[in-house]
Unconditional design. Structure first.
Lengths: 179, 129
């Protein structure tokens, strides 16, 4: 029997903020887990502990983050990924937007709505649109993380592979891993 | 850049998580407390099952199957593949033993066993004489 099996690629996508982060675990195109975590601001130990727990539980193939992550949080992710020997990948904001609607500038909320179209199970978590003068809803972070994972799975994109041992500046481009 | 990936059985087993209980629960929208109540167990027990710290009992397994309407091989994909690999390997060894013994002693019961084991493995029954 000659049955070809597709390689399972599990991604832990993160949207990092100084006091919290949104995460999503995606296996090929299936959404396995999603959520939000708070951490003590400027406490690298609490950050690392929460990330390590997620990595241990989901054993991802890659940890995926969006470009432009704050330096302190980035270092925490790097440390956790290095400990678990999981490579980190970075995806640009443009690549995420392009993955959802090429040629049109979408807001985070528009992207969150498209994420819900794809995964209706998240409908109840969709935040109401932000009003002028109000802060960004907490849940948007989770949708940001899911959108990064979807963009990564959509195929060729300007994804940069980072060695967890390196400083995070130099990487090799990886285009066709999912094909 | 071109990747050539050779996937072996052990790789495949390692690729899947031991359990996908959390995923199925989250897709229902139920909390751990609610699912634990339906299963008739403590919330901490469910947490241990979801994080692969412990394996559930037969009754809990059946309750999980009824609750999520999913076969156990999907709920526990990693453990299932591991178990299937080990079982088939032992079955192959048993077949080899049956073939070896059959060369000296043949009976209808022996041939019946060999036929069934060969059929289960998807191979033809060897001619012993």
């Amino acid at each position: 029997m000659n049955r070809r099996r597709k390689k399972v690629i599990r991604i832990l996508a993160l949207d990092l903020h100084p006091a919290s982060f949104g995460y999503a675990v995606v296996e090929n195109a299936d959404l396995l887990d999603w959520g939000l975590r708070k951490w003590v601001a400027r406490d690298p130990v609490s950050v690392k502990k929460k990330l390590c727990r997620l990595i241990d539980e989901w054993q991802p193939t890659y940890v995926l983050i969006r470009e432009g992550t704050l330096r302190r949080e980035y270092r925490a992710v790097q440390a956790a990924a290095r400990q678990a020997k999981v490579p980190i990948r970075e995806l640009s904001r443009e690549a995420v937007r392009e993955a959802f609607q090429p040629g049109k500038r979408l807001s985070r909320f528009d992207i969150a709505e498209r994420v819900v179209d794809r995964y209706p199970v998240l409908t109840s978590r969709l935040p109401s649109q932000r009003k002028l003068g109000y802060g960004e809803p907490f849940q948007v972070r989770m949708f940001n993380a899911i959108s990064v994972a979807i963009a990564f799975h959509r195929g060729p994109c300007d994804c940069v592979q980072l060695d967890p041992q390196s400083d995070g500046n130099v990487g090799t481009r990886d285009f066709d891993l999912l094909q | 850049m071109c990747f050539c990936i050779v996937v072996t059985f052990s790789d495949l087993t390692a690729q899947f998580l031991p359990t996908y209980l959390r995923t199925y629960r989250k897709h229902t929208g139920l909390t751990q407390t609610e699912v634990a109540y339906v299963l008739g167990i403590n919330r901490s027990d469910l947490w241990q099952y979801e994080t692969s710290r412990r394996e559930p009992s037969l009754r809990v397994l059946l309750a999980l199957q009824i609750l999520y309407r999913m076969p156990l091989r999907k709920l526990f994909a990693g453990i299932f593949l591991q178990c299937r690999g080990a079982t088939l390997q032992r079955l192959r060894r048993l077949r080899a033993r049956l073939v070896k013994v059959g060369k000296h002693k043949q009976s209808s019961l022996h041939m019946q066993k060999l036929d069934w084991v060969s059929m289960r493995l998807g191979v033809s029954t060897p001619a012993l004489l």
